[in-house]
Design a protein around this ligand. Structure first.
Ligand code: NA7
Length: 586
């Protein structure tokens, strides 16, 4: 029978010069290092040299394992290296970029302006990189991510095409044992989940999905070689941001496009255009000021906020202001007044304005009515489009309202709604993501006492500052639930989190400590504050992915922190200045 743990003989052999074996730095030997622990009582009988051998084998392979090589994971690696920590990044994709690696559907682009949706940690990078459009396309953002990976030589510490399947905290030596789908086991002092907020695609459980005879594509996992819909009939399920961006392009190719809409959505024209070189020069000359202004605003985006109340503004003036922002394009529309997400009467003025635009644009009155949303504008995430409403004037596009009669089943030839069959060659699922918690919960994460994160989050995510969890020491989440994350410009939020985590690890090291853990009371207080903040706005009132409503059975909790980036940063800094208040360090 094999010994339950490696024998001293095997350890000595491994060390013997005659049997010197090249050791791949990221792989632990083919045994669980936890199993190295000799049975109780045997340690005292060990020779010093043997004890040293065991300790060496028990030493973590890395100071940190980072899960994910999107913008968060890449910058985390860069910071860790800068502090002299050893790190390994594990990434499921073949390349860097995260969201921008997977979401290659036609028309995919960022809804935050490119000059703001970019790293700011290196002014030289800001100056060297040239964005070409007001809103960057997915290929351009992916190119930027690759440029960053090359520029800072990040790839050598990233293990691609590998998924983390399990991460378990070992209380005996305050380290994490991380397992991958390639059968590797890595031991690290810290684990940092840079797993993304919108990275676990949601495939709805509609009967018969597997029976569809044509190809099925999910917008969040689009084929790298692209898809040519020329001459094909296409069915699209969903009218969220991914659908709103891709429908106008797919409609240009397809012979016919049928859109199945469960909830009509608000979208504001992007007014996208090539960047004027003079404007770019101006931005580059004043990047620091722009970044500073952005950080002082709730969403971390430098835009003009009108502090007036919509409902208290005279009708004509209000309409003029909406029109001005509609023409300018983008998210700034919701900053036309300060109370649009606080007062439902104010909100209705903005919603009515957009509904009127839909009725003006879409020629068929019945289609226009079906496309006009009835809920709070900005409650679900606002979309930014290029020619979305106009697409429904094309003769080859049909809208099918499935709000009252859900899709019954997918058939080999298409799908069935309300007893009627719809046929198409290809099916596109623009059905979104298991947002904010999905990617992390797809990993079997075990904290103290073997408790799973799934159990801990069974009633909704609980985290201190959206960064750490009580019972899961030395584990950090970048833009996790309870942080402003998806309600802000993701890049500055990512950088703020990464900087906070990097400084925290350095502080733990400086104290000669090996463990840091959020205190339960601090976590509970923060979770309570996140909930209270959400309750004060209209945003928590609708069935959006912010509250997990798109995933059957997911607890309904408003997951991101809505108190705004400046308040959040202030809180994070206060925690540090009070000696990591709310944390136990040992
Ligand atoms: P979203 O915004 O979650 O949109 C998903 C869409 O799919 C939405 O219209 C859903 O309707 C629809 N959906 C999901 N399941 C079904 C079923 N079973 N039947 C019919 N319709 C369904 O995801 P996106 O990828 O578009 O965007 C995600 C974020 O990425 C976006 O907010 C930006 O931040 C970028 P529902 O509204 O739930 O009724």
């Amino acid at each position: 029978m094999a010994a339950p743990y490696p024998t001293l003989l095997s350890l000595r052999r491994r060390e013997a010069p005659s049997r010197r074996v090249e050791r791949t730095p990221c792989l632990v030997p083919p045994f669980e290092t936890a199993a190295l622990r000799p049975p109780q009582g045997e340690v005292s009988r060990l020779r010093d040299a043997d004890r040293a051998l065991i300790q060496k084998a028990m030493k973590p392979d890395f100071d940190a394992v980072v899960i994910g090589a999107g913008f968060a994971g890449m910058y985390m690696l860069h910071r860790l290296r800068g502090l002299g920590f050893t790190a390994r990044v594990i990434e499921a994709g073949k390349g860097v970029g995260g969201t921008w690696y997977w979401n290659r559907y036609p028309g995919a682009r960022c809804d935050v302006e490119s000059v703001q949706y970019s790293y700011q940690f290196d002014p030289k990078l800001e100056q060297d990189w040239e964005w070409t459009e007001r809103y960057a396309t997915q290929p351009e953002i992916l190119k930027y991510a690759n440029h960053v990976a090359d520029r800072y030589d990040l790839r050598r510490d990233i293990r691609f095409e590998t998924r983390v399947t399990r991460a378990a905290f070992d209380e005996s030596d305050n380290s994490w044992l991380v397992e991958t789908d390639k059968g590797e086991r890595l031991r690290a002092r810290f684990v940092i989940a840079a797993t993304g907020c919108l990275s676990a695609p949601n495939t709805p459980k509609i009967e018969g999905l597997a029976d569809f005879k044509g190809p099925t594509y999910h917008t969040g996992n689009w084929p790298h070689e692209g898809v040519d819909f020329t001459g094909k009939t296409v069915g699209v399920i969903g009218t969220g941001s991914s659908a709103i961006q891709s429908i106008p392009i797919m409609a240009q190719q397809a012979s016919h496009l049928t859109v199945f809409q469960r909830t009509a959505n608000y979208t504001i024209p992007a007014n996208n255009q090539p960047l004027d070189p003079a404007y770019v020069r101006e931005v580059k000359a004043s990047y620091r000021e722009m970044r500073k202004r952005a950080k002082s605003l709730p969403a971390g985006i430098d835009l003009r906020i009108n502090m007036a109340s919509a409902i208290e503004t005279p009708d004509e003036e209000r309409r003029r202001l909406y029109q001005e922002r509609w023409d300018y394009g983008g998210f700034g529309f919701m900053a036309a007044f300060s109370d649009l997400l606080l007062n439902d009467k104010s909100n209705k003025t903005a919603a009515d304005f957009v509904r009127d635009k839909i009725r003006e644009t879409v020629k068929d009155p019945a289609t226009a009515e079906a496309l006009a949303p009835t809920n709070i504008i900005g409650c679900k995430r606002l979309c930014v489009d290029s020619g979305y409403w106009e697409t429904y004037n094309r003769p080859n596009v049909t809208l099918v309202d499935v709000s009252k009669t859900p899709i019954e089943k997918i058939t080999p030839a298409g799908l069935q709604v309300n007893g009627r069959d719809y046929e198409f060659d290809c099916l596109v699922l623009a059905t979104g993501f298991d947002a904010m918690t999905g990617a992390l919960l797809r990993i079997d994460v075990r904290g103290r006492g073997g408790v799973s994160l799934k159990e801990k989050w069974s009633e909704g995510p609980k985290a201190y500052l959206g960064l750490t969890m009580a019972g899961f020491p030395n584990l950090f989440t970048i833009t996790g639930p309870g942080s402003p994350s998806v309600l802000t410009n993701m890049l500055p939020s990512i950088e703020q989190h990464v900087d906070w985590i990097a400084d925290c690890l350095a502080a733990v090291r400086a104290r000669g400590a090996t463990v840091i853990e959020a205190e339960k009371s601090a976590e509970e207080a923060w979770v309570g504050h996140v909930g209270e903040a959400a309750g004060g706005t209209l945003r928590s009132t609708c069935s959006s992915w912010y509250v997990g409503a798109n995933i059957p059975g997911k607890p309904r909790v408003f997951m991101p922190y809505i108190g705004g980036l400046p308040a959040y940063i202030e809180r994070c800094e206060a925690v540090v200045s009070k000696g990591y208040e709310g944390f136990a360090i040992g």
